[in-house]
Design a binder for this molecule. Structure first.
Ligand code: AMP
Ligand code: MG
Length: 358
């Protein structure tokens, strides 16, 4: 069994969210160095399939796409369709791209409504729903605080005064979504939306759909810690997903097999720095605008990747007890590692998650 790390290898000293995908005998190619795919027999069928895997740097990280299809041209088409969809969404949603719809929405804060695409509107609608579901633990208006922390470059904690100023702009209930005219309005000047906690899941979800539209019978979209497998691998089995150990770099905490559902992990090891022995990371508690302190990592298994991504971030902030209660109420799955490293698996996942022999 071979493990492929999914997260960017370019992140230098930062530990990244290395969820690891176990790819057993699939004839996959190395990132961008596509070895000619060979046929793999589907279990229980005489049908021949081709498995193709490619990686691209998108949405600030490595996106990896694997497609299983009847022949190579179809597999190529499916992988390309997946990447094109992610790229298209990045252009709409990235706040690093000045011309993106979200950048326009942010610039118009407190001034005017901005008409947006159906995709941007859908994502923001889901994000606001997730804000409600998590009691505000998930809040895409944390943008001004995310900028203050700049955990990757800043390497210093902002002052209490800076955070108090940013706090005035953080409240997802101040996002006005007009579904009739498909417009977005941020009611206060200075507000900034940041979809870092939900956008990759949304993109993975839509990329998987695009791949299916292009004829892939099975596939896996992996954007950093957001995994969206569908169908089966060439040998007829589900897709094994390894959950990164939050404190042991390159080690797997546990594995689970997944298909036609999504697995997302949020962790404090993904982007962080230490100051005076304290770990400061990128998942902020919207109430304090300080890094959330109750978990080391949260994995969510949900029917779609948008929900999984947002809830992984939201449950991380909520903490193990209320977070797991929410997961049980929603009939979803979770693996929560608390601040002391204790692991809790939600009821629906208990028979599916296997601890890795570390
Ligand atoms: P994830 O890796 O999916 O947990 O997303 C983390 C990213 O989401 C951060 O880098 C921020 O851009 C953003 N973020 C941080 N805290 C929150 C929060 N409480 N709610 C929503 N998004 C957040
Ligand atoms: Mg997330």
């Amino acid at each position: 069994m071979r493990y492929f790390s999914i997260r960017s290898l370019f992140t230098g000293a930062m530990f990244s969210l290395w969820l690891l995908v176990a790819c057993s005998t699939d004839p996959v190619s190395a990132p961008e160095a596509q070895a000619p795919p060979r046929a793999g027999a589907q279990v229980g069928s005489s049908e021949q399939t081709v498995t193709l895997k490619r990686a691209q740097y998108l949405m600030g990280t490595i996106a990896e796409i694997t497609a299983v299809a009847a022949h190579e041209a179809m597999a190529q088409e499916a992988v390309t369709a997946g990447f094109l969809e992610i790229r298209r969404l990045e252009q709409l949603l990235s706040t690093w791209i000045e011309t993106s719809e979200l950048s326009q929405v942010n610039r118009a804060a407190g001034r005017e409504r901005v008409p947006v695409s159906p995709e941007t509107f859908e994502l923001l609608t889901r994000a606001v729903e997730m804000g409600e579901l998590t009691g505000g633990a998930f809040d895409i208006t944390v943008g001004p605080a995310v900028r203050l922390w700049k955990v990757t470059e800043g390497q210093r904690a902002p002052s209490a005064m800076e955070l108090a100023i940013a706090a005035q702009y953080v409240d997802y209930r101040l996002i006005q979504l007009d579904s009739k005219n498909r417009t977005v309005f941020l009611s206060k000047p200075g507000m900034q939306i940041d979809v870092g906690g939900i956008g990759k899941g949304y993109a993975a979800e839509r990329a998987a759909a695009a791949m299916q539209g292009a004829g892939a019978g099975g596939g896996l979209v992996a954007i950093a810690g957001d995994f969206r497998p569908f169908g089966r691998r060439a040998d007829g089995t589900a897709w094994p997903v390894g959950l990164q150990h939050p404190r042991k770099r390159d080690a797997v905490l546990a594995t689970l097999d997944a298909s036609d559902e999504a697995v997302s992990t949020s962790g404090d090891y993904e982007r962080f720095f230490f100051q005076n022995g304290v770990r400061y990371h990128h998942i902020l508690n919207p109430r304090t605008l300080m890094p959330a302190r109750l978990c080391q990592s949260v994995t969510i298994v949900a029917p779609d990747a948008t929900t999984a991504d947002a809830l992984a971030t939201g449950v991380f902030v909520m903490g193990p007890v209320p977070g797991l209660a929410l997961v049980e109420r929603l009939k979803l799955g979770a693996v929560v590692v608390d601040a002391k490293g204790r692991v809790t698996v939600s009821s629906r996942l208990r028979s599916r998650v296997h601890a890795a022999p570390n």
